[in-house]
Design a protein around this ligand. Sequence first.
Ligand code: SF4
Length: 221
Amino acid sequence: MTTIWMKSSRKELLDVMEAAVCDATASVTFIAARYRTPFAVFVSTVVSLRTRDEVTFAVSQRVLSEYPDIKALAGADAGDLAELLKPAAFYHNKSVSLIDAARQILGRHAGEIPTQIEDLLALPGVGRKTAQLVRAEGHGLPAICVDIHVHRISNRLGLCDTRKPEETEKILAACFQEQDWIRVNRVMVPFGQKVCAPVSPWCSRCPLQAECPRIGVARNR
Ligand code: SF4
């Protein structure tokens, strides 16, 4: 790991990134703020997998308006739900997973979205990224959700030198104070969409350009 970020405040690092994208919010964060229920966050995190933010937002709202709670979702017809989920990626699989998950949540967790990572991971269609986002945005628990943006930016900045998101999550948990864990995803997702883009980041517009080692960046704008 490089040392420049060891010396500076990690909270400050998030503050700088947040200021650069203050007009942008990731779709799941937006849904969380709008609906204020773990159920809505759970649905939107499943919808969001491999799906663009604007599609996630529109599709999540459609699904939540037709199936406003876990009971309604558990009783959904897979074909009807798949139609509502279009054009989200893997909409057929997501339809089946959401209905199965809702039934399991009703049967095993009294209809409440679980808070424990192991319980969430046991649900169909739920991986670590989804589980952590539900814990953070749905329940307000300290959790770091490492998606492709968080993983890429953390490595470019030299906060970590990792190949797998699980490794990144561990290092970031040690890097940031627990009170800032939820912010890591909230800030880095829009920053990764608007500034530190996947193929060719906007380093010329980036407030971190003077300090960032740009690890693994082959070209930039
Ligand atoms: S300087 Fe470039 S690589 Fe570094 S964080 Fe900014 S946009 Fe990303």
